[in-house]
Design a protein around this ligand. Structure first.
Ligand code: ATP
Ligand code: MG
Length: 163
């Protein structure tokens, strides 16, 4: 795993974050990175995941959930858009890929989830627009090659990893 201070910015809907880059050369490295992120998370926390189809959002979230001690197999919520995993910290895995318009967010009651204590992991978070909590942490995934990925992690989250 190569870690370097990327100091680049992610911008989403007017919110920008300084980030740190973590390079994963293959799937097992992603699993290790995700596991250590999961182990370090503190509640309450919202993490917004960005990246194209197949970038690795779900894959990373599965390892983060293992790091959080979730024993169930984590799959992306499709019909419900939100899966809940009770545990030491309640974890909510949200996948907004199929979200058609912002009014559905009200139907989902996402604002209620944001008010709860827990860890909220959101794929396709850009669909939330201004509904995305301003203190959300970011992870943006770029595909570098067939098995290689770059995770741009907001500095607030990177700081948790160090402690
Ligand atoms: N280093 C790596 N890290 C993560 N995934 C990798 C890596 N190398 C290869 N992959 C593969 O990339 C794919 C990532 O798929 P995944 O479903 O996690 O993407 P996603 O970003 O959630 O896509 P979607 O937008 O469709 O939900 C998987 O098939 C995974 O095995
Ligand atoms: Mg996915």
């Amino acid at each position: 795993m190569i870690t370097k201070d990327g100091r680049r910015k992610i911008k989403a809907k007017g919110v920008s974050r300084q980030t740190k880059d973590i390079i994963s050369k293959n799937l097992p490295e992603t699993e290790k990175i995700g596991f250590s992120i999961g182990k370090s998370l503190k509640s309450p926390l919202v993490i917004a995941f960005f990246g194209h189809l197949g970038a690795g959002k779900t894959t990373l979230i599965q390892s983060i959930c293992r790091g959080l001690g979730i024993k169930d197999y984590v799959t992306s919520p499709s019909f419900t858009l939100i899966n809940e995993y009770p545990g030491k910290l309640p974890v909510y895995h949200v996948d907004l890929y199929r979200l058609q318009n912002l009014s559905e967010i009200d139907d989902l009651g996402l604002a209620d989830y944001f008010a709860k204590k827990g860890i909220i992991l959101i794929e396709w978070a850009e669909k939330l627009g201004k509904t995305l909590p301003r203190d959300a942490e970011f992870i943006k995934i770029d595909i570098l090659g067939e098995g290689e990925r770059k995770f741009c992690i907001s500095l607030g989250l990177a700081a948790l990893l160090k402690s």
